[in-house]
Design a protein around this ligand. Structure first.
Ligand code: BTN
Length: 269
């Protein structure tokens, strides 16, 4: 197999943050050669520190990376951008807004760094040409009366060639290396990711719900698509009419009715 750092300069906090004009996300950047999971590291090791807000943790390799619904998230050493943004929130938190803003930020960052335009597959998968390029896992932890720590973990396949992608994913996954004509630059991606995350998360309501919804809609590959999902143990099929940061997902169900689903309570089949 090809070495994974073929065209990418090494990631280091200094290189990543050099000259970046950010307010919150990326105030502190850690690059770890190996960790169990960047989300676990953020929540277990950093979240209690009052100064940890805005810290970005990047790992070259995870021994216990995880995806949604407890699935494993695996990536060869140095192949992906594995990144967690840690926030300490004191005000009320709406999960769907966080997930949507993070998805938009990831799609924007990929576009900025590669000129490829990924789509968001509701609620938080990043797709390129019909295949999964990355995913986002948002986890929260209550801080004993001191608000909530939010870990938004992002896994973006960068340098993988076909043989590096887990075989069980078959043709459903892809990487920037597979899709891009240009050399893939993880450093440029990390910098763009931090800038875009900072834009969306630097201040409460700095980016309005309407703006997030508009950006999400622009990039959503699902509107008008048929989906099947399960919510609270029941299965529903229908066509996606709208997604709204406060209301969740609006489906035109096959039985003729319309129904809203909170993004936090559903799994997509
Ligand atoms: C999904 O598609 O199910 C979400 C995948 C999220 C993976 C990232 S990799 C960085 C961070 N650390 C983890 O353990 N998971 C997230």
């Amino acid at each position: 197999m090809m070495p994974m750092h073929a065209h990418s300069p090494d990631l280091s906090p200094e290189r990543i943050t050099q000259g970046l004009r950010i307010e919150r996300v990326g105030r502190r950047v850690l690059v770890l050669p190996e960790v169990d999971s960047t989300n676990t590291y953020a929540l277990d090791r950093l979240a209690a520190d009052p100064d940890a807000d805005g810290t970005v943790i990047i790992a070259e390799y995870q021994t216990a990376g995880r995806g949604r619904f407890g699935r494993a998230w695996q990536s060869p050493r140095g192949a992906s951008l594995l990144l967690t943004m840690l926030l300490r929130e004191t005000g009320p938190l709406r999960g769907s807004r966080t997930v949507m803003a993070a998805s938009v930020a990831v799609a924007e960052a990929v576009e900025e760094a590669t000129l490829l335009a990924p789509l968001i597959r509701w609620p938080n998968d990043i797709y390129l040409r019909g295949r999964k390029l990355g995913g986002i896992l948002v986890e929260t932890r209550a801080m004993n009366g001191n608000g909530v720590a939010v870990a938004a973990g992002i896994g973006l396949n960068c340098l993988q060639q076909r043989g590096h992608l887990p075989p069980e994913l078959g043709e459903t996954a892809t990487s920037l290396e597979i899709e891009s004509e240009q050399p893939v630059d993880r450093l440029a991606l990390a910098r763009a990711m931090i800038l875009c995350l900072d834009h969306h998360f630097k201040r409460r309501n700095a980016v309005s719900d309407d703006e997030i919804a508009a950006a999400w809609h622009e990039r959503c590959g699902d509107r008008g698509q048929r989906v099947t999902l399960s919510s609270l143990g029941q299965s529903f099929s229908g066509r996606v009419i709208d997604v709204n940061p406060s209301a969740g997902l609006l489906l035109q169900l096959d039985n003729g009715t319309r129904r809203e689903f909170d993004l936090q309570t559903i799994t997509r089949a």
